[in-house]
Design a protein. Structure first.
Length: 186
């Protein structure tokens, strides 16, 4: 807003008048605009310079239901802090990575998001604390059924993204092995 020529005083007056609503740190929305899940995700990625990932990426790729928490990943060199904040009362969690290649980022519904394969790895990193191994297998199976991924591609990505200390490698490996044991679905 300041880049558009609005002074701090004008912004403050618009907030008081209800024309603008302070949705989060440095984030405003029009007072008449409804709060939408996609709007919160868009605001979170814009604020952090990151990409939708983990549960949020899974939701955008239609692998899981809409999560209660928005996950955003920032790449190397990002200085974004804090790790958690809220936008319109919805918790945003910021994850950091030392490796976020261009191939791992796509656009879904106008939001920069991790690819299906990288999202699967992000979901696997949540096992067992925030996601069950069974839910991970179901999410990956959904992506394969929708032809958004193949088992071979996911195995290839896992081998190329595998590095010491990366969260989710074992869980994703187990989920892919389980899918291989189950065989193709109808």
């Amino acid at each position: 807003l300041e880049e558009l020529g609005w002074s701090t005083r004008v912004i403050h007056r618009r907030v008081i008048d209800g024309e603008l609503v302070r949705a989060g740190p440095g984030i405003f929305r029009l007072g008449a605009a409804p709060v939408t899940p996609l709007g919160v995700v868009f605001a979170a990625t814009a604020l952090t310079g990151g990409v939708a990932s983990h549960r949020t990426g899974g939701w955008l790729h239609e692998m899981i239901r809409h999560p209660a928490i928005v996950d955003v990943t920032v790449g190397p060199g990002s200085t974004h802090r804090p790790r958690r904040f809220t936008i319109d009362g919805i918790e945003v969690r910021v994850h950091a990575t030392t490796s976020l290649p261009r191939d791992d980022v796509i656009e879904v519904n106008g939001v920069r998001t991790t690819s299906v394969a990288r999202t699967a790895l992000g979901l696997a990193a949540l096992v067992p604390r925030a996601m069950s191994a069974r839910d991970l297998v179901e999410a990956i199976s959904l992506a394969i059924d929708r032809k958004a991924a193949t088992e071979a591609w996911l195995w290839w990505m896992l081998e190329h993204r595998r590095c010491q200390g990366r969260n989710g490698v074992r869980a994703l490996e187990s989920a892919l092995a389980e899918l291989g044991r189950l065989g193709p679905t109808e």
